[in-house]
Design a protein around this ligand. Structure first.
Ligand code: UGA
Length: 435
C-alpha cells in the first residue's frame, strides 16, 4: 500500500518510519523544506532511540522517502495520514487549524479512492469536520476519512509501534475499515488486538486513555504524599496494589507531576470537551489542578525543607519531562528552576539530551557538561528526570563534589539508606529518609 504522511514531526516521522518498516511504501511530507533536507541526511530533529537506524534501513529498502512537494506526495497515495500538530487552543481546547488546513491543502490532489486518516490527537467530531472540509473542495466524489490514534511514548515510540497493546481503527464505513485492517495486518497477524470502531469512538479512546493514565499518576502521587505523612513506603504500596491485574503495575511511579506534550494538553482538552458537551469530567479537572499544584509545591518543599540560603548554588539534574527524550515541554524543571531562582539561588543544570531545548525556555542558568560538574560547589543536587545516567551516579563522588549535603530526588532513584550513609540529607517521594 502506498502511504503518505502529512507532517514529519514526532508522530508523523516515527509512525511513517515504522509503517515503512512493516513493508509499506511511505512518503513523509512536511511543509518545512529545511526539515526534509535534514531527514534526507538521516538527521531527525527529535531524539528518539532507534529512529535514525530504522529510517536508514527503510530508505535503503526503498520503502521510505521524504519530500516537501505536496502534490507529488499525495496524488499517488492510497492512504494519506494527517499527522500535524494540534497546539493548545483557547479554553483548554485544541487548535485544529493545522489539521483542517492540511485537509484543505491535500483535497485537490487526492486520488478518488484515497483514504484520509487522522493520526493527530484530536477532539471528538474532528473526522467529521475533516470530511466536510475536503468535501467542500472535492464535492464530486465521496471522500472517506478515518481515525487511527497513536499510543506512542516518547523515548520508546519504535517499540510501542511495533509491539502495541492494541491498534484502534475508527472508520464509519466498511471499505475504510478494511483498508486500515490491511494496513496493520503484519501487526495483527503477530497477535496484536485490533479495536475496530467508529471515528468518534476512536477519538474518544485516545483522550480517555491518556486521561486515565494521567489519573493513575496523579493518584499515586497523592498516595505517595500520604505515605510520607504516615511513615509508609510508596514502592511497597504501589507494588501491593499494582499486582491486582484490575489495577496493573505500570504508571505507578511517583514523580514531580506529569509533563510532556501530551498528558497536560490532552487532559485539558478532554476536560474542555466534557464541559462543552455538558458531561463534566470532574476527576480529570481535579487532576489537572493537582498536577500543576504539585510542581509548585515540590519546588517550595526544596526551599523549605532544604534550608538553602539565597546566593547559594544548586544543581538541577534532569530537564526533560521524562528520561530518554530531549523534550522539555511542561517538564517539572520549567516550574522548579524559576522558583529556585526567585528564591535567590543560582541554578546550574545538566541533562544528557535536553540542554539545547531547555536553553530556549530557561534564563540565567549555568549549563554543566556532566552531573558531577553541575554538583561542584553546589549546596544541593536536585534530580527531576529519571535518566539511567543519574540512577548510576556514584554517591560518594557526588557527595564529594557538593559543598552542601542535600540530595533531593523527585524520581526515587536511590536507596535512602545508601544516600544517608554518604552523609547526605535526602528528600525523596513517599518514603522516609532512613528506614
Ligand atoms: C503519553 C502516553 O503514555 C502515550 O501512550 C501516548 O501515545 C502519548 O502520551 C501521546 O498522547 O502522544 P508520553 O507523553 O511520551 O506518552 O510520556 P509518558 O511516558 O506517558 O509520561 C508522561 C509523564 O508522566 C512524564 O512526565 C512521566 O515522567 C510521568 N510519569 C509516567 C510518572 O510520573 N509516573 C509514571 O509512573 C509514569
Amino acid at each position: 500500500m502506498q502511504i503518505t504522511m502529512i507532517g514529519a514531526g514526532y508522530v508523523g516521522l516515527t509512525t511513517g518510519t515504522c509503517l515503512a518498516a512493516i513493508g509499506h511504501g511511505v512518503c513523509c511530507y512536511d511543509i518545512d523544506a529545511a526539515k526534509i533536507s535534514r531527514l534526507r541526511r538521516f538527521d531527525p530533529p527529535i531524539y528518539e532511540p532507534g529512529l535514525e537506524d530504522a529510517m536508514r534501513q527503510a530508505v535503503a529498502a526503498g520503502h521510505l522517502r521524504f519530500t516537501s512537494r505536496l502534490r507529488e506526495s499525495v496524488s499517488d497515495a492510497d492512504v494519506v495520514f494527517i499527522a500535524v500538530g494540534t497546539p493548545a487552543g483557547p479554553g483548554g481546547g485544541i487548535d485544529l487549524s493545522h489539521v483542517l488546513g492540511a485537509a484543505k491543502r491535500i483535497a485537490p490532489h487526492l486520488k478518488r479512492s484515497a483514504l484520509v486518516v487522522i493520526k493527530s490527537t484530536v477532539v471528538v467530531g474532528t473526522a467529521r469536520r475533516v470530511r466536510e472540509t475536503i468535501a467542500r473542495k472535492r464535492s464530486a466524489f465521496d471522500i472517506r476519512v478515518a481515525s487511527n490514534p497513536e499510543f506512542l511514548r516518547e523515548g520508546s515510540a519504535m517499540a510501542d509501534f511495533l509491539g502495541p497493546d492494541r491498534i484502534v481503527i475508527g472508520a464509519d464505513d466498511t471499505r475504510s475499515r478494511n483498508i486500515l485492517r490491511a494496513l496493520y495486518r503484519p501487526l495483527a497477524r503477530a497477535g496484536v488486538p485490533v479495536v475496530a470502531t467508529t471515528t468518534g469512538n476512536a477519538e474518544l479512546i485516545k483522550y480517555a486513555a491518556n486521561a486515565f493514565l494521567a489519573l493513575k499518576i496523579g493518584f499515586v502521587n497523592d498516595v505517595a504524599d500520604l505515605c510520607e505523612r504516615t511513615g509508609g513506603d510508596i514502592a511497597d504500596v504501589a507494588r501491593g496494589i499494582g499486582l491486582d491485574r484490575r489495577i496493573g503495575d505500570s504508571f505507578l511511579a511517583p514523580g514531580p507531576g506529569f509533563g510532556g506534550s501530551c498528558f497536560p494538553k490532552d487532559t485539558r482538552a478532554f476536560a474542555a470537551t466534557g464541559r462543552q458537551f455538558g458531561a463534566p469530567q470532574k476527576l480529570v479537572e481535579t487532576l489537572i489542578a493537582r498536577n500543576d499544584q504539585r510542581k509548585v509545591a515540590l519546588a517550595r518543599r526544596i526551599l523549605k525543607e532544604g534550608r538553602l540560603s539565597p546566593g547559594g548554588r544548586v544543581a538541577v539534574l534532569g530537564l526533560a519531562f521524562k528520561a530518554n527524550t530531549d523534550d522539555v515541554r511542561e517538564s517539572a524543571a520549567l516550574t522548579v528552576i524559576p522558583a529556585l531562582q526567585e528564591a535567590g539561588l543560582q541554578v546550574i543544570a545538566h541533562d544528557p539530551k535536553a540542554e539545547a531545548n531547555a536553553r530556549r525556555h530557561m534564563k540565567d542558568v549555568i549549563w554543566a557538561e556532566s552531573p558531577y560538574a553541575a554538583c561542584k560547589g553546589a549546596s544541593a543536587a536536585i534530580v527531576l528526570t529519571e535518566w539511567d545516567e543519574y540512577r548510576q551516579l556514584n554517591l560518594s563522588r557526588l557527595a564529594g563534589e557538593l559543598s552542601g549535603d542535600l540530595l533531593v530526588d523527585y524520581r526515587n532513584l536511590f536507596d535512602p539508606q545508601a544516600v544517608v550513609q554518604h552523609g547526605l540529607r535526602y528528600i525523596s517521594l513517599g518514603r522516609s529518609a532512613a528506614p
